[in-house]
Design a protein around this ligand. Structure first.
Ligand code: HEM
Length: 376
């Protein structure tokens, strides 16, 4: 099948055209669970996910087809809504392979060398309650209720084996993964995803996103690594910055999204261009210059983030930001760019408050389950 099907070479939800809504959840395994529990959990999750992504209830008896004397298998709030583009993507965190020095699931030797906690970055303000997790599930759909239903039912299926550690709802994709999609905007008001890796760029996907068969470990071939960063945006402060300064911080113009060196949205930024006074037209500390592959040894990411607004804090400010999600062939790609962004002029207006890294295994073969290669 295509990359949008639940079964296939790659998990869906990576190159799939970015849907409008997301519910992301990180899980921890429960105490005293063993290898058999983990395998059965992944099998049960895969079965339910393969049904929900086709618009079906989690089981054949579903929401109303079972015994009236028992709680229904499916919670029912997605009845009649259809699949709505739902994708469900599973990942394994570093702590699944090594929980405080204990290899509870007999998979320690299979841990990818690069799957460790991300290093600390300048300006990190991470809350452990929105960071990490033994497992993660990214559910994306064009209807928020469909995404919430997926996470709700998968956590219910996990009962006794894993429980939610933290979760995040997102709306308004901040990226595009196909050229047919219009570039959306983030909460700073800028087009986001212009220079993203697109689903039809097979060469870039092979080089920057999919783990290759020649990479180690073998069970990750066709998979990818997922970085999540919950980035709070200091909206009220940003909204007092004058437009020309906002443009200088981003390195692109707010209306069209064109690089400050000229052209339209899809013109390549000219990082060499200087003004009459000899100053770079795309400023030295602008986000686009610092994140650009030419400044980072050619490194690229596939970004798939979402806006979030979680009400307001007690000062009356919006609790809002960007739930940054990026997929890459190696976590080192994210580390390289995030380090380059240490001098980003945008840093004055953002705070990284949550973080996680997960190994996203390849897609399941029909009839099998996500992560089966780990137990082979
Ligand atoms: C580009 C916004 C965080 C990596 C951009 C663009 C905007 C933007 C407006 C230009 C349009 C585009 O090509 O997508 C933001 C905001 C952030 C944020 C508001 C935080 C709230 C990050 C982080 C990373 C990152 C944490 C990675 C560590 C990139 C990359 C590009 C980019 C790689 C493309 C650069 C290029 O090739 O031209 N971002 N970004 N961004 N951003 Fe961010």
């Amino acid at each position: 099948g295509s990359d949008d099907d639940f079964f296939g070479a790659h998990q869906a939800g990576i190159t799939t055209p970015v849907q409008d809504h997301m519910h992301f959840a990180a899980f921890d395994m429960m105490a005293r669970t063993d290898r058999a529990d983990l395998i059965s959990l992944l099998q049960d999750w895969s079965y339910a996910a393969s049904r929900m992504t086709r618009g079906l209830e989690v089981s054949a008896t579903g929401a109303v087809g079972g015994s009236p004397e028992a709680p229904p298998d499916d919670t029912g709030e997605a009845l009649g809504l259809g699949a709505n583009g739902l994708t469900i993507t599973f990942g394994f965190g570093p702590t699944l392979f090594d929980s405080d020095g204990v290899d509870r699931y007999g998979i320690g030797a299979q841990r990818p060398a690069s799957l460790t906690k991300l290093p600390a970055f300048l300006g990190d303000d991470l809350d452990p309650e929105s960071s990490g997790g033994d497992l993660c599930i990214q559910a994306c759909a064009d209807d928020p209720q469909v995404a919430v239903h997926a996470i709700r039912n998968l956590s219910r299926i996990a009962f006794g084996r894993a429980k939610i550690r933290w979760s995040q709802m997102g709306f308004g994709r901040t990226s595009r993964t196909t050229s047919a999609q219009q570039t959306p905007r983030n909460l700073f008001g800028y087009k986001d995803g212009t220079a993203n890796i697109l689903a039809d760029d097979r060469e870039a996907l092979a080089e920057h996103v999919w783990v290759a068969a020649s990479d180690s470990p073998a069970w990750m071939a066709g998979g990818s690594y997922l970085v999540a960063r919950k980035i709070a945006m200091l909206i009220e402060t940003w909204d007092r910055v004058r437009l020309s300064e906002q443009d200088a911080i981003v390195g692109r113009d707010k209306g069209a999204g064109a690089p400050l060196s000229g052209g339209d949205e899809f013109t390549e930024p000219d990082l060499q261009a200087v003004d009459a006074a000899g100053a770079p037209v795309i400023p030295a500390r602008s986000h686009v210059r610092l994140a650009h592959p030419d400044m980072n040894g050619g490194v690229r990411l596939l970004r798939r983030g979402y806006n979030f607004v979680d009400g307001n804090n007690d000062l009356g400010r919006l609790d809002a930001g960007l739930f940054f999600l990026s997929y890459q062939r190696s976590p080192e790609q994210f580390v390289t760019i995030q380090r380059a962004l240490s001098t980003d002029a945008m840093n004055e207006y953002v705070r990284h408050v949550g973080s996680g890294l997960w190994a996203v295994p390849p897609g399941a073969a029909p009839g099998s389950y996500v992560g089966a290669g780990l137990f082979g």
